[in-house]
Design a protein around this ligand. Sequence first.
Ligand code: XMP
Length: 521
Amino acid sequence: MTVAHKILILDFGSQYTQLIARRVREGRVYSEIFPHHASLSAIEAFQPRGIILSGGPASVYARNAPTIDRRVLDLGIPVLGICYGMQLLTSLLGGRVAKAARREFGHAELVVDEREGLFSGIQNEAADAGVLSCRVWMSHGDRIESMPTGFHAIGHTVNSPVAAMADPRRKLYAIQFHPEVAHTPQGRAIVDQFVHTICGCSSTWTMGSFRKETVASLAEQLKGQRAICALSGGVDSSVAAMLVHEAIGPRLMCVFVDNGLLRKGESAKVVDTFRKTMQLRVTRVDASSRFLSKLARIEDPERKRRVIGREFIRVFEAEAAKHANIGWLVQGTLYPDVIESVSVRGPSATIKTHHNVGGLPSRMKFKLVEPLRELFKDEVRLLGAELGMPEELLYRQPFPGPGLAVRILGRVTPDRLAVLRDADAIVLEEIKRAGLYRSMWQAFAVLLPVKSVGVMGDERTYDNVIAVRAVSSTDGMTAEWVRLPYEVLGAIANRIVNEVKGVNRVVYDISNKPPSTIEWE
Ligand code: XMP
């Protein structure tokens, strides 16, 4: 990005590093994460207005403790050290770090000793108006025993006499707690104060500015050339396509592969939206019978995934081969994929290439264009809104690449697909009717490989069982089952057994992830 005001975050392997980048960006200032061993020249080339040193699991006095190029501290750029970052600053500048008598983990009361500077945005949370204090989140075993020359303490807790310190002359700041996590309610105010006041960044990073700049640079990069994009119906590939489309217009060709494993009515609806509302040039390839015949006798979930992935590549390749003069492949890779693949262990670590849609083959001779690789998911949604993407696509719940095949336990047949589609449509309709669709990560139906006995009218039935699943999650890595109101569950179950032929029983899945997964296969 060529934005003028940027913050660089040097990563020491904390699980919270991405949150630092997000807190900075929420203040509308662009930030990027580099591994801690980034070279001095790479750091200077990035031209940050401020540097934040993240936390990390190591101890500064351990052998091979991760560190930075010491000259970074002489560049005159303001630095904020967080947790491990604070301890590193201390040890690099001649102070002393030692193991604390007690590990400090969880909430702590930070008493602010200096109200100007880093903490000037803090509102008092204490009952006693004579002190200024706020809740912060701690997670450390080491602490500062003596500060480096030039520093003074600006905050303390019961266990950490130096919970925060500053050397305003050199613009070096350090805090023992984590301002980036939600458990530090006023953390944003601290990050904002560092970014805006101390580093002097102004709030110019908006999705409007990102759109303008990215479109201009894509137009330059793809000048006179053609690109292809595999649309899945998900937010990421759609927003990526819209950006590239804005830059090169009809020179972008999109392919939508209908694998026959989509939800009821979705294939037609999604393609219609791409064409009419988003003005994209989309070729719809109906490959459903091909996918279904390949899946015919397969029961094993991993084999299903492999077969579907392989067929997707074949279909896409065949479509691409019809357009010999296309040089670029557009992918909706996001920032978390990029940073997760950067190891903090050593400069030899490489960034692996991510493939969003089905894992496209490397033997295809395309150059990759990934216009979203600097964005987080919520930023992609904002950008989609900025680009005029319709809400139903923008807030569509995630849907797995292998589609309904991993929600039909056992063999996938046209009949079983029809049963699942109808049941699934009812689940979504009722959840939308109750106004709950956007409050959860995913909701769907699963067709079980068992039959149960029931009674309908005066007749005994021996039919399928549908499981209903609804989960909340922030990233799909962990998930909790949603406490759906009984009325909603009742309406779903009633409608499914009454309206879907071949189903006589509905159960609700109340397992969390872990230990379960979100999908059943
Ligand atoms: P699990 O079942 O692993 O799912 O808890 C986590 C999230 O990932 C989605 N998922 C997939 N997405 N291809 C995808 O594009 C896949 O093979 C796949 N498997 C699971 C799932 O829907 C959930 O949101």
